[in-house]
Ligand binder design. Structure first.
Ligand SMILES: O=C(O)c1ccccc1N[C@@H]1O[C@H](COP(=O)(O)O)[C@@H](O)[C@H]1O
Length: 219
């Protein structure tokens, strides 16, 4: 998973087409009812068919029960499952063996000590996604808040740890984020929107172009 760009929270055929046409490597479908990007199983199924063979399809789940995992896998047939809640390393490994598909675990970063949370996941996941920790407010989502963390904190990360970077990325800052943190992949949701849940095709294209240029320069 090198030099890849993921566009997350796609919820219409038109914006999914914009992401695919602009060359997104991964496209994400959110299954979290409190999110403005939530897709029903039926819509997720149709979007997944549209993306098949053109990009890797990711389904995003938050602290899912077994039934929610099974329903999402059956309807959306994802290539990768993104777990974006407080799932323990044991629960992540359990879900991974249940679905027999690659799993990516999101870990929230706010301070240097948060990096210690990564190693317990090392054996039970396929990929790590680093995101900003969500604000401690009742209305905050577990992710998709458009908030960046201090990328310099990753100077303390073991260089052997590979990760996808997310959190507050947008077309204007993704090049600097890649230069500073050297991620294997980048992920964006709010930074390519014109309003909550409203993906903007021009911003999607600009993000992918900026990320590609930066990856070419820094890898
Ligand atoms: O996008 C959402 O609505 C969402 C809901 C619940 C958990 C995670 C969510 N999004 C993920 O959060 C990160 C950062 O997003 P942003 O670019 O800062 O808006 C990203 O991985 C999204 O996939």
């Amino acid at each position: 998973m090198d030099n890849l760009v993921k566009i997350c929270g796609l919820s219409t055929p038109e914006t999914l087409d914009a992401a695919l046409s602009a060359g997104a490597d991964l496209v994400g479908f959110v299954r979290y009812p409190k999110s403005p990007r939530h897709v029903s199983l039926d819509l997720g199924h149709r979007l997944s068919l549209q993306a098949r063979g053109r990009a890797l399809r990711v389904v995003l789940l938050v602290n899912p029960a077994d039934e929610a995992v099974a329903q999402a896998v059956e309807a959306i047939n994802p290539d990768l499952i993104q777990l974006h809640g407080n799932e323990s390393p044991e629960r992540v490994a359990e879900i991974r063996s249940m679905v027999k598909r690659p799993v990516m675990k999101a870990v929230g970063i706010a301070e240097a000590s948060d990096l210690a949370a990564l190693s317990p996941y090392a054996k039970g996941v396929d990929h790590i996604l680093l995101d900003a920790k969500p604000p401690r407010t009742a209305e905050a989502l577990p992710g998709g808040n458009g908030l960046a963390f201090d990328w310099r904190l990753l100077n303390g990360l073991d260089p052997k740890v590979s990760f996808m970077l997310s959190g507050g990325l947008n077309p204007d800052n993704v090049a600097e984020a890649i230069r500073l943190t050297k991620p294997r992949a980048v992920d964006v949701s709010s930074g390519v929107e014109s309003g909550p849940g409203l993906k903007d095709p021009a911003r999607i294209a600009a993000f992918i172009k900026a990320a590609r240029t930066a990856f070419a320069a820094h890898h």
